[in-house]
Design a protein around this ligand. Structure first.
Ligand SMILES: [Zn+2]
Length: 428
């Protein structure tokens, strides 16, 4: 009896907390999206932000309870501050293509600007947006701030131009993770091909743990935004296509890295449905794609045998910024400085390993670093090599879906637990 009573009391407490948080949302926000567009500019050493415009979008798909981001993830962070009280009322961390570009050799020679954008629930009153970036020691420093008046008649209203459809619907977007699928390089008469690719995405996505067990906590919708030409742009092969999302292979001169620079253009398409995360299906068999935390993911939708693994791998980047556990094969310099603990849940430099959840999950007396034993490939440890380098960065399993996609079809326990944590955070 006592047990039931305490269960009842804790449920009551939980319900009260959620109600209080929801009241907080209703006090400060309307049930639609405000979008802040800007340009992220600079070079290897500097980054600056320049305002572009404000937009109003029709749906708010995010949690109305988890308003403050306490994940510790991301290279960038924005906060919305209520002007009257000075209180932080919303925040989200994220990563950007610009920050990746900063680690390429090109960024030491030229300066560049990329269109970026953040979204938050539409504020009722005047607010201030603050944007933070991590410094060399991985500590967030404020780089930009600007006041926003939600009454301004310059806030651009949204005009829908594409039809949309549901791929998997499981309920209220506020308590679901909402994925929007966007077509790249499908022409007007390839609609069936795209629709079929969306179905395959959902089937594949929900066949991997822990997404499988959490399937009812996701919604998947698609926007039918056809391209003028069929196929994809591959600069290294002199192939250029007029496509809706303007994706390109050879991003940072890495052949399989297919990315999109115009993130604002992508958001214009995504805004047709309620969404938390954007995934672009590209009309090609050519292996490749990419994913950036709280930004977007993209990959080849017609690769002959690995589409599903690529989807969940890239979504691992998009959803919670999991790091790549593999070595080499990219054009970044010094992505993970060896004297700083990376914020990614599944990578460590052993600089501050104690604060990682991963450390608590290790069996007692696990040797660090852990030698690879081929007989126990699923022994949780601290294996040297990861984050694109062979020395000084460590990963939790010899091989995981965030590593090599050829021989494995499960996430390591560290990645799985972190994914579960993020689902719980966003579905409150
Ligand atoms: Zn992993």
């Amino acid at each position: 009896m006592t047990h039931f009573k305490s269960l009842f009391l804790s449920l009551l407490l939980l319900t009260t907390c959620i109600q209080a948080a929801q009241a907080q949302f209703d006090r400060y926000f309307l049930d639609k999206t405000m979008r802040f567009d800007f340009y992220h500019c600079g070079d290897a050493q500097h980054q600056e932000y320049f305002f572009d415009e404000l937009k109003e979008e029709p749906y708010w798909a995010g949690s109305k309870v988890s308003l403050i981001d306490n994940t510790g993830y991301g290279n960038q962070l924005f906060k919305i501050i209520d002007k009257a009280s000075g209180k932080e009322i919303y925040s989200r961390s994220y990563c950007t293509l610009f920050n990746e570009w900063q680690t390429t050799p090109e960024a030491s020679k030229i300066r560049k600007a990329m269109p970026e954008s953040v979204v938050f629930p539409f504020p009722k009153n005047n607010v201030r947006i603050e944007i933070y970036a991590r410094n060399r020691k991985n500590v967030f420093e404020k780089k930009f701030e600007q006041e926003i008046s939600p009454d301004s008649y310059f806030i651009k209203k949204f005009t829908p131009q594409y039809e949309t459809f549901e791929v998997a619907y499981n309920g209220n977007p506020a308590t679901r993770v909402d994925i929007v699928l966007i077509p790249e390089g499908y022409t007007e008469n390839e609609k069936e091909k795209f629709t079929a690719a969306c179905q395959v995405f959902a089937e594949e996505f929900f066949s991997y743990s822990p997404f499988k067990e959490n399937a009812t906590r996701f919604n998947i919708r698609a926007v039918w935004a056809p391209s003028m030409e069929s196929g994809v742009t591959i600069p290294g092969e002199h192939i250029w296509r007029n496509t809706t999302a303007q994706a390109q292979y050879y991003t940072f001169d890495s052949e399989r890295y297919q990315m999109i620079e115009d993130f604002q253009g992508l958001r214009d398409i995504a805004a047709h449905v309620p969404y938390d995360h954007i995934y672009v299906l590209s009309n090609t068999q050519k292996y490749g794609g990419g994913g950036i935390y709280n930004f977007y993911g993209i990959s080849a939708a017609h690769h002959p045998n690995r589409t599903g693994k690529i989807y969940v791998h890239e979504f691992g980047h998009v959803f919670l910024g999991l790091g790549d556990e593999y070595m080499g094969n990219v054009s970044y310099n010094d992505m993970y400085p060896l004297d700083v603990e990376p914020w990614e849940a599944n990578l460590t430099t052993l600089t501050d390993f104690d604060k990682k959840e991963w450390k608590k999950m290790l069996a007692p007396k696990t040797p660090v670093p852990t030698p690879i034993n081929k007989k126990t490939p699923h022994q949780l440890g601290v294996y040297e090599g990861g984050g694109y380098v062979t020395k000084g960065v460590y990963r939790p399993w010899p091989n995981c879906l965030m590593n090599n996609l050829h021989t494995i079809d499960i996430f390591c326990p560290v990645c799985s637990k972190a994914i579960q944590g993020q689902i719980d955070f966003l579905c409150k």
